[in-house]
Ligand binder design. Sequence first.
Ligand code: BGC
Length: 775
Amino acid sequence: MQLGVGTDPSNPWILQEKEFNSRHLGKFEAVMCQGNGYMGVRAATEEHYVGEHRDMLIAGTFDKFDGEVNELPNLPDVTEIKIEINGQLLDLNQGEVSDYRRIIDLKSGLLTRSFTWTIAEHAYRLKFERLVSMANRHLIVSRVTITPLDGQAIVKVQSGIDGQQTNSGSQHLVEGDKRLFDGEFMQMLTSTNESKINMAMTTCHKFKTADGHAIKQHMEIGRRQVFFNFTDTIAAQATLQFVKYSTLVTDRDNDFQGQDLAALQEFGLTQLKTACAESFDEQLAATTAAWQQSVWDYGKLQIESSDMDDQVALNFARYQLAISTPVHDHRMNIGAKGLTGEGYKGHTFWDTEIFMLPYYIFTKPEVAKSLIEYRYLGLAGAHRKSQDNKYAGAQFPWEAAWPSDGESTPVWGAADIITGRAMKIWSGFIEQHITSDVAYGAMEYVNATGDDQFALDKVYEIILDAARFWASRLEYNETADRYEINDVIGPDEYKEHINNNAFTNYTAQWTLQTAIDLYEALKTNEPKKFAELNQKLDLDKYYQLWQAQVDKIYLLQPNADGVIPENDTYLSLKTIDLSKYKTAEHVGGIFNDYNLDQISKIQVTKQADVLLLLYLFEQKFAAQEKRINWDYYEPRTTHDSSLSLSTHAVLASDLKMTDKAYELFQRACQIDIGPDMASSNDGTHSASLGGIWNAVVFGFGGVRLLGETLRIEPHLPEAWTNLSFEIFWQQQRLQITVDKSRLTVKALDATAPVSFEHRGKQYRLSGNESAIIDL
Ligand code: BGC
């Protein structure tokens, strides 16, 4: 695979930068971002460079600046450390840099940067190590080691908390108290502008000098800044080492038990005092163990490939999902760029349900459950959205922030090359398939886990309320005697204001049919719950309506050639040669030549749309139908959304185009770690990272949830000799191993019999039984 970041042939858990290049700051800040689901800290260097983005974000701390939509504020920075050696300010654009390495160890989350810096005829060895703890989510620890190689060095350090951060200029934070406790713990308080979330950042340093002499630090308070200054003289070949501990707490945290600011101050301080009683190595051991126990022990996945980078890409995808998923709090969800940058403002999209939820459903169902609970809490915002639009039920926001916020999509976006004005973002108004996607994802969870209690408590209500929305949204066309959904955007966002997007109509129909089935099942089997929901959602009335509508929803049918129209007009639009855009180095190149209005008149598709429908509802469509539509739509798809390639990879696997599937899989893996050095500047692509796992497990591994049946029909790519992974299925664990000739499915301590299907045959395993199947 062609990568823009380095790997290490002896260790698939390593990503590295082998040469410092200040033009590639964004790439490495995002792909080497650290975090723990509570916070994300971009891998900005300790010293400043032009073009850097030192974002540090805490999940769920949304705030609005001056009439803009909610976003995660960029918090006071604790990673900056200003170092001056013998009068030279550390700056790798000056002097000479040798033996440079920056490494993120995906297994432990440890970030290390080391190099020799030669300036004014003297050489110094510097090493920076940083961890964002998985064991204590409030904690960041950095260790700095400085060794003058050929003479004595006077080292001056300034290190503390810098609150002069903005979100690309938008200021979210109001300055609070800054002070020192016990002569060594400095603290800065701040609060968000509009959402009034209080935060406390607390920092201290611990020193280690060659001869054990003490180092004295002086505090300095600036505008929105608080620092320690200290100076030391280091003999040649001797070493100064210091560890900087910082804690971040907010009064939105669900582990903050106090009531007021004083309690929050105390909470941050206590966290810090406890943390700095342990050395850097002890903190590293704790976080490494926590990564193992909370992440790597679940859904173990191993690929034997002639291209080792395939395994690296999977490890990277899982690492990134772990740092960005707020598993600790169901009031929060995963942002489209995780916690790795300001892109998409920390907002949650359908990316969660369709692209990332499957990973959690099959590897750590309790996380999937928490992500669905967020949508349940979001029902209030969804009701507000539907009321504002004069609909009923729950209309989920296209972009979601704090659960009760409702629609959070910004209204204005990038420049239109023809008009020279900002383009209106219509998704928040008319990209309505999100409501079905949320219902679909929640139902997948229930089907895969059999978690009936949660289904009764939350999932069924989400689906029934979503169906109420669709009942009010459908438009009856009297002439055709059918229900239509007009003026929408489907997954293909290159077509705005279109009528009857196939994906939207089919998924709305699925939502209504599922609601009808649930109504009937609940009424018979769960009368108490039924009565409660009936009263809350007026189900008897809606049931009548759903029944009248469901079979009349317009489901676009294949034309004479077998092609399902993406919408009412797509197939009649002109075609152009898209090869230039399909092979371009950067996505979105079509916008350099056409504006959206012109693109809407061309048969060009941004991302899987009809093909996504065929993948999600695979039992509804025959293989030949899928192949015809693949041949039609893939050549017309620019894959300008990062959500596209992985879906195509799965579908290509299903269609037994394994070479093509492998090519698409590798391209999906390259979205963040590939050669485009600008692709991740605003953050990594969470849905694509989930999609990489989907491409492996659902595509090559052939795993599929068909209603309530698990099907396993793998097809390994040529380059792979073995694929092995674990999944949860109906609360049991299965280990699936595939090589060129054999599929082995092993139950791992199954407490109840567990079934799956392979080529129409049923298998049932108990205890630690295995099924060995020749391929
Ligand atoms: C895609 C959407 C996606 C969003 C966030 C857009 O470019 O077209 O489908 O939800 O990015 O990832």
